[in-house]
Unconditional design. Structure first.
Lengths: 430, 207
């Protein structure tokens, strides 16, 4: 077969393949569009229609749980997270069959188990579900799971991405339950993580965390540590700021935007040794910066500026960069293997088989663009001390130029004496 | 759909699909096997029915043989009335504590040595019903308000866990503590404890 005809044939097959088999991130677009239109129910329906193979089950369950959260159904969301967690556990073992198919076809044929940071974030949102339902002991279970998860990850890779906010949240949970020393340990670890990743994720140590560290160090009689924090934070007068002993507290979590989306980058080049085409497809993250970069939470007369506490976009990008060498190696090995089969069949004078192998090899070389993309781009947190009673909580989201993007109201928020009340909102626009 | 892209005739495609479906469905029919409730079947290593049963058996044995019961009966005529308070789950898992608590309740009540009064949530429901009786029930069947029996002891407790994990191996340690606190003077009359330790080795390979 002449080179020309082969090329035309390949092109035709490629076109067919693209229409029939869009990558994951392309098909997920409908769901996101519904979310941006503030219609989580429609998004859920669209997601259910896409419920794909068993290999993508974890991804489906994670996305579903997130959509249910946005729709306000925290119980169902927790159930979906729980199912995802169980499936992850079952998938933690290595499958030789999947390794084999991924070597022959592409990485998308492997079961999706969730990236390590996604597994931690799953527990974070599960914990928030429990907190918003007022089940503090349930949230504590998730806090312990976060500890366990981060410990295992630390053992495996020596470092873990995006540890700061999960640690901070566990601290809040422990403190809410009156477990001061556990809370102190969690706050300390969160502080270390914020310091370490400050430049990388462009996130400062939240002022709220500084106050928490000072307050608990004082409460636990850790004089030296308290002095150290006072010096480091330049907050000698922190106790004045902490005055007024609030009866309750509102904790507002803003999930801002959507996590970056994985796209495919294909390089098609002529095979230098024997003609034909070679294709290598690798994933990359397309950032989706959110319009919102400031948040203010107002209730009654008081109000507080929110702070950015986690940059999931940056964590995801770094996580992929860590894996890129392995992904590239697998992709190259795959192309070489397919070439070998083709060369072998040509040697055996089986040109037809060689052509089929070439074509199939070419069109199946797709990047694995699966990612938990209903996670937010970043997370903002605000802590507002309030007396007990019922409030209308107003949040104001602003862009970089300080223009108001949107204003939201949450009526009848009940603040109880000596307790924390949790609220969250996911702001999405495309 | 796949067939169409390869350009296979519709009929052949349908036949192939039907065949494939037949093969798959025969292999994947749901199978149900009935188990004895006391049969030990550990699947994931998480808290399960066996753990719950072990805890209730141990606690029942302990609470009925402990000296608090004979001490109470020697000074009072009626058996002590218990109420179930909060059994906190401080573990790494979402555990339903109701199962062993109701197991305990059943055996204790049926032994005749102990009485149980309804818990807070249940009481509210009963009071609603009594209120309704006040309006709607016949005089001689109407139950009066304010005649509830107060509990003498409250059963409280917690489940704690310690998990030590490395790679695919985990040691899971559960400790269930229950205590019986006298409502009259906050005395702790009885403390029961059950420890469970499991070694869980997750498979490194799967199909």
């Amino acid at each position: 077969m002449s080179q020309n005809r082969l090329l035309r044939c390949l092109a035709a097959f490629y076109a067919l393949w693209l229409t029939g088999c869009a990558t994951h991130s392309e098909t997920f677009r409908v769901v996101e569009q519904n979310l941006a239109n503030q219609q989580p129910e429609l998004a859920l329906r669209a997601l259910d229609k896409q419920k794909g193979s068993r290999t993508d089950e974890v991804l489906y369950l994670l996305n579903k749980a997130m959509l249910l959260r946005i729709a306000g159904d925290y119980q169902a969301s927790t159930a979906s997270f729980e199912a995802a967690q169980q499936r992850m556990g079952a998938l933690s073992a290595l499958s030789l069959r999947e390794q084999g198919t991924s070597f022959l076809i592409n990485d998308s044929t492997r079961s999706y188990v969730g990236e390590p940071f996604e597994q931690v974030m799953m527990h974070v949102y599960k914990a928030l579900n429990y907190l918003q339902l007022g089940e503090r002991d349930g949230a504590r279970v998730e806090a312990l799971q976060i500890d366990l998860n981060l410990r295992e990850l630390g053992e495996k890779s020596g470092r873990h991405l995006g540890e700061a906010f999960p640690r901070y949240l566990t601290g809040i949970i422990y403190e809410d339950l009156g477990e001061w020393s556990d809370a102190m340990i969690a706050y300390r670890k969160a502080y270390e993580a914020y310091l370490q990743n400050k430049s990388k994720y462009r996130i400062d140590v939240p002022e709220f965390l500084k106050m928490d560290l000072l307050r608990l160090a004082h409460k636990l009689d850790l004089g030296e540590e308290q002095d150290k924090y006072q010096r480091e934070f330049a907050l000698q007068d922190w106790q004045d700021k902490n005055q007024g002993n609030p009866e309750g507290e509102l904790i507002f979590v803003l999930n801002n935007g959507l996590a970056p989306i994985k796209r495919e980058n294909s390089v098609v080049m002529p095979n230098p040794s024997r003609g034909g085409l070679l294709r290598i497809s690798l994933p990359y993250y397309q950032p989706r910066p959110s319009l919102v970069s400031k948040m203010r939470v107002n209730a009654a007369d008081g109000g507080v500026e929110g702070e950015r506490v986690e940059n999931i976009g940056a964590i995801a990008t770094e996580n992929l960069a860590d894996q890129m060498p392995a992904i590239t190696a697998r992709s190259v090995a795959r192309v070489v293997a397919k070439q070998q089969i083709s060369v072998q069949s040509r040697k055996n004078n089986n040109d037809a088989l060689a052509l089929v192998v070439d074509i199939i090899g070419f069109i199946t070389e797709q990047a694995d663009t699966r990612a938990w993309s209903t996670l937010p781009q970043d997370i903002y947190l605000a802590r507002l001390p309030l007396g007990s009673g019922s409030y209308t909580v107003k949040i104001e989201l602003r862009d970089r130029m300080d223009n108001i993007v949107t204003v939201r109201e949450f009526p009848n928020v009940l603040i109880q004496q000596g307790k924390k009340t949790y609220l969250s909102y996911h702001w999405i626009s495309l | 759909m796949m067939c169409f892209t390869i350009g296979m005739p519709r009929a052949v495609c349908a036949a192939l699909m039907a065949g494939l479906f037949a093969v798959l469905s025969s292999g994947c029919a749901t199978k149900v096997e009935r188990l004895q409730v006391d049969e030990v079947k550990d699947l994931s290593g998480a808290w399960n029915d066996t753990d719950s049963r072990l805890v209730s058996e141990e606690m029942i044995k302990d609470v009925l043989s402990a000296p608090w019961l004979s001490a109470y009966s020697s000074t009072h005529k009626a058996p002590p009335a218990l109420i179930v308070g909060d059994v906190r789950n401080l573990s790494h898992e979402h555990i339903n504590t109701q199962t062993f608590i109701s197991d305990m309740g059943r055996v204790l009540i049926n032994s005749g040595k102990v009485q149980f009064v309804a818990s807070r949530g249940e009481r509210n429901e009963i009071r609603e019903e009594r209120k309704d009786q006040d309006l709607n029930a016949r005089e001689d069947t109407r139950k009066a308000m304010g005649m509830e029996q107060g509990a003498d002891y409250m059963l409280k407790g917690a489940i704690n866990t310690i998990i030590d994990a490395s790679g695919s191996t985990q040691v899971r340690y559960y400790q269930v503590d229950l205590s019986l606190i006298s409502l009259a003077d906050n005395r702790i009359a009885w403390v029961g404890q059950k420890k469970i330790k499991k070694l869980v080795e997750r498979s490194k390979l799967r199909f």
